[in-house]
Design a protein around this ligand. Structure first.
Ligand code: PEP
Length: 250
C-alpha cells in the first residue's frame, strides 16, 4: 500500500505576509489523523520562514529546483546540500516550466535527480507531454524518453528514492485537467515501464498527478489505482483548497 503524497508547488508566488497567512491557514486546518504525506515547495528564499511557521505540524518542505553541481562558482544557483541544510526533504526536478522556459534537457534533469538523491533529498521527477505531442499520439514515447534518461544515467534502482509526477503540460495552470481515465492510463503505463526493469521498484514508487488539480476534481483522480497523490500549483496557494485536497487523499 503506497502512502499518498499531496505536494504544493508555489512557484514564484507570495511574500512574507501572504505566506504567513497561507501557512497559518494550513496548520490551523491540518487534520492530525491524516495518513497522507503533505509537502509544500515555497520559493527558496522563504523556506526558513515556512519551516518556522510549520513548527511541529506534519508538513514537509521541499525546493522547486536544485543545481546539478555540488558547490562553487555558479551564481544564482542553489545546491541540494543547501536545501537539505534548511530542512528540506524533497525537491522538484524537471518541472515543465524549467524544461520549456530554461531549456532543461532530459539529461540535465537526470543529473539533477542524481544530485538530489546524493544529498539525501527525494526528487519529484516531473514528466509529461505537450498538447501537440498528445494529439500526435506520442504521449508515452515522450514520457518514456524522459524516464529513460534518468534510468540510463542513474540505473533503475535509483527509482526506489524517486517520486514521479505525471504532469501533462496542457493541464498545468490552464484549468483543464486530464480526465481520471486519461491520467490513469499514463500512470499505469509509467508503472508498467518501470516494472519491466524492476517489479519491486514499480510497485512501491509513488506516481503523482499534476495539472489543474483542485478540491472539485481531486476525489476522482485520487481514486485511480495508479495515482498516488498530487503535485498542485494554483490550488496550493489557497489554504482551504489545499487542505480540502489533503483531506480527500485521507
Ligand atoms: C504545477 O505547476 O506543477 C501544476 C500542476 O500547476 P497547476 O496545479 O496550477 O496546474
Amino acid at each position: 500500500m503506497r502512502t499518498k503524497l499531496i505536494a504544493g508547488n508555489w512557484k514564484m508566488h507570495g511574500n512574507k505576509s501572504f505566506i504567513e497567512s497561507l501557512m497559518n491557514g494550513m496548520t490551523g486546518q491540518l487534520n492530525a489523523a491524516m495518513k497522507s504525506d503533505v509537502l509544500v515547495c515555497p520559493p527558496t528564499i522563504y523556506i526558513p520562514l515556512v519551516k518556522n511557521l510549520i513548527g511541529d505540524k506534519a508538513i514537509a518542505v521541499g525546493g522547486q529546483d536544485l543545481s546539478e553541481q555540488e558547490q562553487g562558482a555558479y551564481t544564482g544557483e542553489i545546491s541540494g546540500d543547501m536545501l537539505k541544510d534548511n530542512g528540506c526533504q524533497y525537491v522538484i526536478v524537471g518541472h515543465s516550466e524549467r524544461r520549456s522556459l530554461y531549456g532543461e534537457t532530459d539529461i540535465l534533469v537526470a543529473h539533477k535527480t542524481g544530485k538530489a538523491i546524493e544529498c539525501g533529498l527525494t526528487p519529484i521527477l516531473c514528466v509529461g507531454e505537450t498538447l501537440e505531442q498528445r494529439e500526435k499520439g506520442t504521449t508515452m514515447q515522450v514520457v518514456e524518453q524522459q524516464l529513460d534518461a534518468v534510468i540510463d544515467t542513474l540505473g533503475i534502482d535509483a527509482f526506489a528514492n524517486i517520486v514521479v509526477a505525471y504532469e501533462p503540460v496542457w493541464a498545468i495552470g490552464t484549468g483543464v485537467t486530464a480526465s481520471p481515465d486519461q491520467a490513469q492510463e499514463v500512470h499505469s503505463a509509467i508503472r508498467a515501464h518501470l516494472r519491466n526493469k524492476n517489479a519491486q521498484v514499480a510497485e512501491s514508487i509513488k506516481i503523482l498527478y499534476g495539472g489543474s488539480m483542485k478540491a472539485a476534481n481531486a476525489e476522482e483522480l485520487l481514486a485511480q489505482p495508479d495515482i498516488d497523490g498530487g503535485l498542485i500549483g494554483g490550488a496550493s496557494l489557497k489554504a482551504d483548497e489545499f487542505i480540502a485536497i489533503c483531506n480527500i487523499a485521507g
